[in-house]
Design a protein around this ligand. Structure first.
Ligand code: AKG
Length: 271
């Protein structure tokens, strides 16, 4: 049901994915991440992307707390991701946008169009958006242009697309699964005192270069604490984009070529 809506409309909303206790823990981790970023002097506002500093941006969430890695691999999220993208995907980026009252709207965009040139014939990327607050028009919920996941190139995007946009409505603890081709933007938070926190877990087919190079962006301590599944999901390790090639090599002669060795390891041994 969710998956067919995701295919047809370019999004679906799944309520109650997080229990109240999980929601409280994720919110506490977000607060701690903001605090740590500020203490370390990491910018929490990206000039040029948001109209003002009422948006708090958090990047590379996996670095901040293991709870964010657990969100990335929640079965209810991964079912939707594999439903749309198949089984060969990795995390392209995982960021947060906490829109405080007074925050403005960024530019309309589709996340797939940010990483792949047109034509966008298939869904090769998608977001699982974690709603940490009730989100709605007034507090700046993400706005989407209905049917825009069918746009195949930039010429298909009407000049007045934004006028046709609508705000997602979802309760705290829900996820919104969104086709990477759906054109969207952040809304304006015109409320008096409502925070709007949403986390954007962006998944992409494994042959697309990720937005965040987690090998470079994560600290060695964080990487060392990850298990093999989490490492694979984050695209870590020296080998990249060898999936199809590795199978071919095994077909040629699985005794001659040990595909478990990465090129980096080979280099270490011979240097
Ligand atoms: O915060 C939002 O509602 C949308 C954020 C977004 O689309 C982005 O950061 O690329």
């Amino acid at each position: 049901m969710n998956y067919s809506q995701l295919q047809q409309d370019g999004f679906c909303i799944v309520p109650d994915v997080l229990t109240p206790e999980e929601l409280a823990s994720v919110n506490a981790a977000v607060d701690a991440a903001i605090e740590r970023s500020r203490r370390l002097g990491v910018a929490t506002y990206t000039k040029g992307m948001d109209p003002n500093d009422r948006n708090i941006r958090l990047y590379t969430l996996a670095e901040f707390d293991p709870i964010f890695v657990e969100l990335l691999r929640k079965p209810s999220a991964l079912e939707l991701v594999s439903g749309l993208l198949g089984n060969n995907f990795i995390v392209s980026s995982f960021s947060g946008n906490i829109a405080l009252p007074g925050s403005g709207s960024m530019s309309l965009h589709a996340d797939q169009a940010l990483v792949i040139p047109p034509p966008w014939n298939e869904a090769w990327t998608m977001n699982i958006i974690w709603c940490l607050d009730d989100v709605h028009e007034g507090n700046g919920a993400t706005r989407y242009v209905p049917g825009s996941h069918r746009f195949r190139n930039f010429d298909d995007v009407p000049d007045d697309a934004l006028l046709h946009s609508r705000a997602f409505e979802a309760k705290a603890g829900s996820i919104i699964a969104m086709d990477g081709r759906l054109w969207h933007t952040s809304g304006r938070n015109v409320s008096v005192d409502e925070r709007r926190a949403m986390l954007f877990a962006y998944y992409a087919m494994d042959f697309i270069r990720p937005q965040t190079n987690h090998e470079a962006a994560l600290s060695s301590g964080t990487k060392a604490a990850l298990d093999d599944d989490a490492r694979a999901l984050l695209g870590l390790g020296a080998a990249a984009n060898v999936r199809i090639g590795a199978n071919l090599v095994q077909l040629v002669d699985s005794d001659l070529v040990d595909t478990t060795h990465t090129m980096g390891q080979e280099f270490d041994r011979t240097s």
